[in-house]
Design a protein. Sequence first.
Length: 68
Amino acid sequence: MRYEGELKGKAKQAKGTAKEKLGKVIGNAEMQEKGERDQYEGQIQEKMGKARRKVGEAVEDLGDRIAG
């Protein structure tokens, strides 16, 4: 799937946000930190997915130009 990495990254960010907020509410610093870490990892995963997609699209375009 073309947007898989981006979608997984966004999902991880959402999960991290929920963990962070729950950690704040219940006073669990470890859960809050884990949520912040998940958000950061999700941002990286989303950006890597976007970069892979863009490279793939560029390769497809180049292939189309060569074949056409």
